[in-house]
Design a protein around this ligand. Structure first.
Ligand code: ROI
Length: 167
């Protein structure tokens, strides 16, 4: 026996991009996440094309969801994702909810509800966002989103709103 923790949890990461070749951004981010120490990729959803939520004068998005197994704490995981966003030259146009090269969000982290100044999990917008719920449902149709409910019920109340599967 040693003292190092071997406990891992399943987490779901939302990926989104609408600038600088979004499909390439999402694929590079997937590779970077999977190559991170302490993270193992379990599954990756289809890519989806989605109309922007928020200001409409921005390009459409490409979205996907990745399931991972990780021993990283929620904040360590957040910092890894932020490093990947910056390494891919994250550009955010000035306004709130404006266009971005790459957005990586921790949607779900095991069965935990986390409220920290820098991190809210489950991600606050999960249940209203078709571009999150549908790819998540593809990977985990039985998922219970802590504090929000069962994904099948959430999907039933969430219109597609222009979401289309690519490939
Ligand atoms: N809209 C879509 N369709 N996809 C996103 O990933 C996305 N991300 C955001 C905002 C600006 C809210 N709109 C989005 O952060």
């Amino acid at each position: 026996m040693n003292n190092s923790s071997t406990q891992t949890i399943t987490a779901y990461i939302g990926l989104g991009s609408n600038l600088a070749s979004p499909v390439t951004q999402i694929k590079s981010a997937r590779n970077a996440i999977a190559a991170t120490a302490g993270i193992k990729e379990l599954a990756f959803s289809s890519l989806y094309h989605s109309s922007p939520m928020g200001p409409q004068d921005q390009p459409d998005y490409v979205n996907a969801v990745m399931a991972i197994e990780t021993g990283l704490s929620p904040t360590d995981l957040l910092h890894c994702l932020q490093r990947i966003e910056h390494a891919q030259g994250r550009i955010r146009r000035g306004e709130r909810w404006g266009a971005r090269t790459l957005d990586l969000d921790i949607l779900v982290y095991g069965d935990q509800c986390i409220e920290l100044p820098e991190l809210t999990v489950p991600h606050s917008g999960v249940s209203e966002r078709s571009f999150v719920l549908y790819p998540l449902y593809e990977l985990a149709p039985q998922l219970i989103i802590p504090g929000q409910g069962n994904i099948a019920d959430l999907i039933a109340n969430c219109p597609l709103a222009g979401l289309k599967r690519l490939d």
